[in-house]
Write a protein that binds this ligand. Structure first.
Ligand code: NAP
Length: 514
């Protein structure tokens, strides 16, 4: 395991020396500890001339990589010239070079007796298809080290988020400094949790290159959103499980809140395909609890060992806690109270929770669009509060099942547009229609909205959805999913940490970012 804190490296892939120098300045300003200059991205690269300019008066330690096509890079030329350029970089005082396993022996023997004291060789291996078994990865690390590497780098590809756990195991058990990087969105946590497992360095993109992979963390994300400098082996890992997941503002809210209360935790996006496999791999004292999002809330009821009676009645779990020492998974639902209390407060004309005994929902006609996890929580909550519940859903069978469960009525999606038995109804959208990036979509035509007094949208990215805008224009009071998001997170925070939730901090963190 690395003895020092994990370094933050900015990979630079500009096409000219001038642009590369500009990127170095950007990396300095963003807080990188070192930059990786990808020589194979430079057009018309002139080793002597360009390396001197790039390395002269450098403002950060520099790692030079000249990746050949056969290892996933851009360089197609002569191998001898490639290694010569790396040696030149060494002679000019570069701090690290990255050389591929296949070329490592040639390179290392060619510098025998000439290696500067502080110069380090990273020997790397890239697998762009998959992540091998722990045994294979361990053998690979030994092979990389045997070349004479100072640091070994294992880059693999995540087909599933559970692949990353194998790389973490190898990093922790490796006797030499190691860089473990699992590529792809499903491998995101390999970058965020590198300091927890003692990785030598982790990569953070520059702001200007973020567009190429929107989920990719920038240096600023690592520092300001994930507080990566505070991550240590003892840091507890929390996160939101979902697919898709990039829209969730959970990391924004929880990481700011953890920092504010001094809790040693990190909260991450978890792109999960198979919930049972994920929980089997990760749920432990190190990963003590999760938020559960689309489309896993119903599957979570089955995956948990014990489910809180309200969550069981709803048929959806949005909070999974591994208790007491990772042996048992407990399931809760904090969505129900969050959504219903936000709607009640809007009906009462207040913005904060109220303890008035009678619910203003009593006797109201409450239409829920959606029969997934959020739809179930809203339908259950409305029923408990004495409303008459109607469910509309794209898949009508699911609307019927939910209506039967809560003693309500079911509508087809088409019928919803002309459903107006009375005025002053409540509408709750619990589908993902209108969520980023499909912000032009809406689950109900505008003309139908004039029969509603309150329109609630569970979607909270964007903060003001098309549905909310059209509801307001039609005379209804719009209630934002942001309010539900903050309130459900309040309940979750207590389950996660056992601490009282600092509501104002959580509110501010979310409102500042959406
Ligand atoms: P879910 O369990 O996957 O359910 C998704 C629901 O959306 C289903 O009813 C599905 O209908 C419907 N749906 C999906 N795409 C549709 C489309 N193109 N047209 C019509 N209906 C469509 O997801 P969930 O967990 O209930 O979440 C639903 C929404 O609520 C998401 O946008 C989520 O972000 C939001 N949410 C917000 C909060 C908050 O705190 N504000 C909390 C929870 C959820 P079918 O049954 O036909 O598939």
């Amino acid at each position: 395991m690395a003895e020092k804190a994990t370094l933050l490296c900015a990979p630079l892939s500009a096409s000219s020396v001038e642009k590369m120098l500009h990127q170095i300045d950007e990396a300095v300003a963003a807080g990188a500890d070192l930059v990786e200059i990808r020589l194979d991205h430079l057009r018309n690269f002139q080793p002597h001339q360009d390396l001197e300019v790039l390395l002269k008066g450098r403002k950060l330690p520099v790692l030079v990589t000249y990746r050949p096509k056969w290892e996933g890079g851009n360089y197609e030329g002569n191998e001898h010239e490639r290694l010569k350029a790396l040696r030149l970089a060494m002679d000019l005082g570069v701090d690290y070079v990255d050389v591929e396993l296949q070329a490592a022996n040639d390179f290392i023997s060619s510098i025998s007796g000439k290696k500067p004291e502080n110069f380090k060789i990273i020997v790397s291996s890239h697998n762009y298809q998959s992540t091998p078994s722990v045994e294979e990865l361990t053998d690979l690390a030994a092979k990389l080290h045997a070349t004479g590497a100072d640091i070994v780098k294992i880059a693999t590809t995540a087909v599933d988020i559970t692949d990353v756990a194998r790389v973490f195991r190898v990093i922790v058990n490796c006797q030499v400094p190691v860089i473990g990087w699992v590529m792809g969105e499903r491998g995101l946590i390999s970058r965020l949790l590198s300091p927890k497992y003692g990785g030598y360095l982790t990569y953070g993109a520059l702001e200007s290159s973020k567009q190429s992979a929107p989920w990719e963390p920038t240096l600023r994300d690592l520092l300001d959103l994930y507080n990566i400098r505070q991550v240590t082996p003892d840091t507890k890992v929390f996160g939101v499980i979902g697919k898709p997941i990039g829209h969730s503002k959970g990391p924004t809210m929880y990481n700011a809140t953890f920092k504010h209360v001094g809790y040693n935790g990190i909260y991450v996006h978890l792109l999960v395909d198979d919930l049972a496999r994920f929980l089997d791999t990760y749920a432990s004292p190190d990963f003590p609890a999760f938020s559960c999002g689309i489309p896993h809330k119903e599957a979570a009821v089955v995956c948990c060992d014990e489910v809180d009676p309200i969550a069981r009645s709803i048929g959806a779990v949005n909070t999974i806690v591994s208790q007491p020492f990772g042996q048992k998974l407990m399931g809760y639902n904090t969505d129900y109270y969050a959504a219903i209390s936000a709607i009640e407060d809007a009906l009462r004309g207040t913005t904060t929770s109220s303890n008035t005994a009678n619910s203003p929902l009593e006797g109201k006609l409450f239409v829920v669009i959606g029969a997934g996890g959020a739809g179930k929580a809203l339908a259950y909550g409305a029923k408990v509060k004495g409303a008459r519940v109607v469910i509309a859903n794209r898949t009508f069978e699911r609307a019927k099942d939910l209506a039967e469960l809560v003693g309500g009525a079911a509508l087809t999606y088409a019928e919803l547009a002309n459903f107006h038995p009375e005025k002053g109804m409540i509408l709750a959208n619990a589908t993902s229609v209108g969520m980023q990036p499909q912000i032009e979509e809406t689950p109900i035509p505008k003309h139908a909205l004039r029969y509603y007094a309150i329109v609630f949208d569970a979607v909270y990215t964007p903060k003001v959805t098309r549905l909310m805008q059209e509801a307001e224009a039609s005379g209804a009071i719009p209630v934002s999913g942001v309010e539900m998001f903050i309130r459900q997170a309040k309940g979750q925070f207590q389950h996660f940490t056992g601490l009282p939730a600092p509501e104002e901090v959580m509110r501010e963190a979310v409102l500042n970012k959406i």
